[in-house]
Design a binder for this molecule. Structure first.
Ligand SMILES: *[C@@H]1O[C@H](CO)[C@@H](O)[C@H](O)[C@H]1NC(C)=O
Ligand SMILES: *[C@@H]1O[C@H](CO)[C@@H](O)[C@H](O)[C@H]1NC(C)=O
Ligand SMILES: *[C@@H]1O[C@H](CO)[C@@H](O)[C@H](O)[C@H]1NC(C)=O
Ligand SMILES: *[C@@H]1O[C@H](CO)[C@@H](O)[C@H](O)[C@H]1NC(C)=O
Ligand SMILES: *[C@@H]1O[C@H](CO)[C@@H](O)[C@H](O)[C@H]1NC(C)=O
Length: 513
C-alpha cells in the first residue's frame, strides 16, 4: 500500500493510512539549476522530527552511488546528480535532480510546484556581456517578453502551466543565447474527487450516504479541504463543509438523477469537481391494501366517532388514499401522504351511514382496492338525531334547507322591533360534533344585517349571512361535509333573501368560502 502510494506520490486522506511520513528535501537557494562553483543547501525534513537529527543521503550520478550521512539535516552540495534523503523515522524522499551548469546562461526553476503555489522562473547570465532582452518560452512558444532580465511569476500555478520551459536572451552584440530547457510538472494538490454512495439504487425512503473521496500527495498531507454536494444541474444539497460525507436521511423517487461533489482548498485557490454519479431510487408499488375501523370490526355507535384507517403492507413514496362507501360514487375523502397509512375520521356517525366501506391506495403504479368492511351503526337511546342528520345523507342541499328553516323559525320567533335587524355584530352558529343543533333563537342565531343604515319596513328585502363554522383538521369528515373532501369546514351561506310574509318562496344563493 505504501509502496503503491509513494509510486503515485499520493496518500489516502485518512490519517490512519498515512502511517509513516515521507522525508522531503527543501533547497536553499530554491533552484535545481545553478552555475558550476555555486553551492546549494539541501535540508531533509521528516515530519516527526522536531530537532535536527542524523540523516542519510544518497546521491546518484551517471549510475554511480554516493551515500553519505550528516549529523544534522542539512547537506551543502556542489555536484550534479540525483539526491534523496531519509530522516530518522521517515521514508526515503522523492529524488531531487540538481544541475551545476558549466554554461553561462541558465534557466532556474524550483524543485516541486503544486497547484495553487506561485511558480517563479529566473533567467541567469554570468560573464561580461550584458543581456538586453529576455524571452521565456513554454513548449517553444514565447510566453513572456522583457527587455531586462526579470523573473517570470505565475502567482497561482495550475496543471495547465506544466510544460517545457526555456529562456532566450539577446546580447548587445545581437547574439542570441539559449538556456537549458527544463520540464516543469505542476503537481496535483489533491486528486479529482470521486463521489461514492452507499447504494446507487436505494429503496425509496431509505437513507444513503454520499462520500467525496480525494487523495493528497505525501509531501502535502495537511492541505485543508472543504466539500460540497450537488444534485442535477445546480441543486446544492449542502453548504461547503469540512466533512467529505453527506447523509440523505430519506431519499425519494424525485431525488433520482445525477449527483456531484466538489472539493476546494479552504483558501479557495484550487477547486475540483467529481464526475457525476447516477442514483436511481426504487419505488415499491402498493400492495396489501387494508381498511380497518376504530371501533374495530366496523361496530360503530351512533353519535360517536368512526375512524377509517387505510394502510398498505408494502409501498413507498407519495401514496393517494381514498375512502368509499359502496353505492356512492364520490369518495368520502382523499389524502396524499408519504406514509403507509392514513386515517379518515367521521366525528359523528349516524345510523344512515351504515354500509360497506372500502379504501384504495395508489403510488403511481396502479390503484389497489381493499376488501370492504361492513360498518354497522348501533343506535343509542341517548343520541337523538337532530335535524342535521338529514344533512348527512342529503348533502349540501339539506344544509341549505336547514339554514332557511332556521331563518324562518327565528324570523317568526322574533318580537316586533327586537334586535333581529338592529344587531350588526357578526357571529356565527357553531355546530359541535355530537351535538345536533337545536334551532335556538335568538341567542345562537345571529343574522348579520349587511346594510345597517337602511331603515327597514316590513316587506323590504333583508340580506343576511348565516355562518356554519365547523373547525376540524384537513380531511376530517363530519356529518355536514362528508361530501366535501379536503376542504375547510367553514361554509358561508350568504345573501339569503327573505320576505316577512308567510311566504316560503325565498331566493337562496350559496357561496362556499
Ligand atoms: C548552507 O548552510 C550553511 C550553514 O548554515 C551556511 O553557512 C551556508 O552559507 C549555506 N549555503 C547556502 C548556499 O545557503
Ligand atoms: C525596454 O526598456 C525601456 C527602458 O529601459 C522601456 O522604456 C521600454 O518600455 C522597454 N520595452 C519593453 C518592450 O519592455
Ligand atoms: C451513514 O452515515 C451515518 C452518520 O454518519 C451513519 O450512522 C450510518 O451508519 C451511515 N450509513 C451507511 C449505510 O453507511
Ligand atoms: C455557506 O457557507 C458560507 C461560508 O463558507 C456562508 O457565508 C454562507 O452563508 C453559507 N450559506 C448557507 C446557505 O448556509
Ligand atoms: C352487514 O352486517 C349486518 C349486521 O350483521 C347485516 O345485517 C348486513 O346484511 C351486512 N351487510 C352486508 C352488505 O353484508
Amino acid at each position: 500500500m505504501l509502496l503503491w502510494a509513494s509510486l503515485l506520490g499520493l496518500a489516502a486522506v485518512s490519517e490512519r493510512l498515512a502511517t509513516t511520513p515521507q522525508s522531503v528535501i527543501s533547497l536553499q537557494p530554491p533552484w535545481t539549476t545553478v552555475f558550476r562553483g555555486e553551492r546549494i543547501n539541501l535540508t531533509c525534513n521528516g515530519f516527526h522530527v522536531s530537532a535536527p537529527a542524523k540523516v542519510k543521503w544518497y546521491r546518484k550520478n551517471f549510475g554511480k552511488r554516493y551515500p553519505s550521512e550528516t549529523p544534522g539535516n542539512t547537506l551543502e552540495v556542489r555536484d550534479s546528480g540525483e539526491y534523496k534523503c531519509q530522516a530518522r523515522g521517515s521514508l526515503l524522499s522523492n529524488p531531487v535532480n540538481l544541475l551545476f551548469s558549466t554554461g553561462s546562461f541558465i534557466l532556474q526553476a524550483p524543485h516541486s510546484v503544486f497547484e495553487g503555489d506561485a511558480l517563479v522562473l529566473r533567467c541567469q547570465k554570468r560573464g561580461k556581456e550584458k543581456l538586453i532582452a529576455v524571452k521565456y518560452t513554454r513548449n517553444g512558444k514565447v510566453i513572456a517578453n522583457s527587455n531586462t532580465s526579470v523573473d517570470l511569476l505565475i502567482p497561482q500555478a495550475s496543471l495547465s502551466n506544466s510544460g517545457n520551459y526555456q529562456c532566450i536572451g539577446s546580447l548587445e552584440n545581437a547574439y542570441i543565447l539559449k538556456s537549458n530547457s527544463k520540464v516543469i510538472r505542476i503537481r496535483e494538490l489533491f486528486s479529482q474527487p470521486k463521489l461514492t454512495v452507499t447504494d446507487s439504487q436505494p429503496r425509496e425512503g431509505n437513507s444513503v450516504n454520499l462520500s467525496c473521496e480525494t487523495q493528497h500527495p505525501l509531501e502535502r498531507p495537511d492541505t485543508q479541504l472543504h466539500f460540497i454536494f450537488f444534485r442535477g444541474s445546480g441543486v446544492t444539497l449542502s453548504n461547503w463543509s469540512r466533512s467529505p460525507e453527506f447523509q440523505i436521511t430519506a431519499i425519494w423517487r424525485e431525488d433520482s438523477g445525477s449527483y456531484w461533489c466538489g472539493a476546494e482548498t479552504v483558501t479557495r485557490d484550487v477547486h475540483k469537481l467529481s464526475l457525476p454519479l447516477q442514483i436511481e431510487v426504487q419505488r415499491i408499488p402498493v400492495s396489501g391494501v387494508l381498511l380497518e375501523t376504530q371501533p374495530q370490526g366496523g361496530r360503530a355507535v351512533e353519535g360517536e366517532t368512526l375512524v377509517l384507517v387505510c394502510s398498505v403492507a408494502e409501498g413507498t413514496g407519495d401514496t393517494t388514499f381514498s375512502w368509499y362507501r359502496e353505492g356512492m360514487e364520490e369518495s368520502l375523502g382523499r389524502k396524499r401522504r408519504r406514509s403507509q397509512r392514513a386515517e379518515l375520521e367521521i366525528p359523528v356517525v349516524w345510523e344512515s351511514q351504515a354500509g360497506l366501506y372500502y379504501c384504495t391506495a395508489d403510488n403511481g403504479h396502479g390503484l389497489i382496492q381493499s376488501e370492504a368492511v361492513n360498518v354497522t351503526v348501533r343506535s343509542m337511546p341517548g343520541n337523538r338525531r337532530g335535524l342535521v342528520a338529514g344533512g348527512a345523507t342529503g348533502g349540501t342541499l339539506s344544509f341549505l334547507l336547514l339554514a332557511v328553516a332556521l331563518l324562518f323559525y327565528c324570523w317568526h320567533q322574533r318580537k316586533p322591533g327586537d334586535g333581529f335587524l338592529g344587531d350588526t355584530t357578526r357571529s356565527s352558529l357553531t355546530l359541535r360534533p355530537g351535538e345536533p343543533p337545536r334551532p335556538v333563537c335568538p341567542a345562537s342565531v345571529e343574522l348579520r344585517q349587511l346594510y345597517g343604515n337602511v331603515h327597514l319596513k316590513e316587506g323590504d328585502l333583508v340580506y343576511s349571512e348565516i355562518q356554519f363554522i365547523q373547525p376540524g383538521e384537513e380531511g376530517q369528515a363530519n356529518t355536514s361535509r362528508i361530501f366535501l373532501e379536503d376542504q375547510h369546514a367553514s361554509i358561508v351561506y350568504s345573501e339569503v333573501k327573505t320576505e316577512p310574509q308567510n311566504d316560503l318562496a325565498g331566493k337562496i344563493s350559496t357561496k362556499d368560502e
